[in-house]
Design a protein around this ligand. Sequence first.
Ligand SMILES: C[C@H](O)[C@H](O)[C@H]1CNC2=NC(N)=NC(=O)C2=N1
Length: 98
Amino acid sequence: MSGYKLNEVELQNAISNLPGWTVKEGKLHKEYKFSSFAEAMGWMVSVAIYTEKIGHHPIWLNIYNLVQVDLMTYDLGNVISNLDVELAKKMDELSKSV
Ligand SMILES: C[C@H](O)[C@H](O)[C@H]1CNC2=NC(N)=NC(=O)C2=N1
């Protein structure tokens, strides 16, 4: 899928359909809390498999059962793109099956 920078309206519209996601320091940001480290790690592995498939990767930090995620597109100059929104949606979807 080709990437394009979202304009302000597109970004606000995307955010309103992504529960828990905010824009923080120019990136899409969310903090996921799982019930254990194993569940956090299982989700991260499922996300990792997907990111390899689409060639778009998160910036993330795992602290026991917490995962802090930041999404942006460096290929387009560190902007929030449609690819970040697609990845955010997939992360949420995969978090429901943990
Ligand atoms: C060559 C490779 O597909 C590119 O460097 C991809 C890899 N993963 C990526 N991930 C993110 N988040 N942004 C990118 O611009 C990006 N580019």
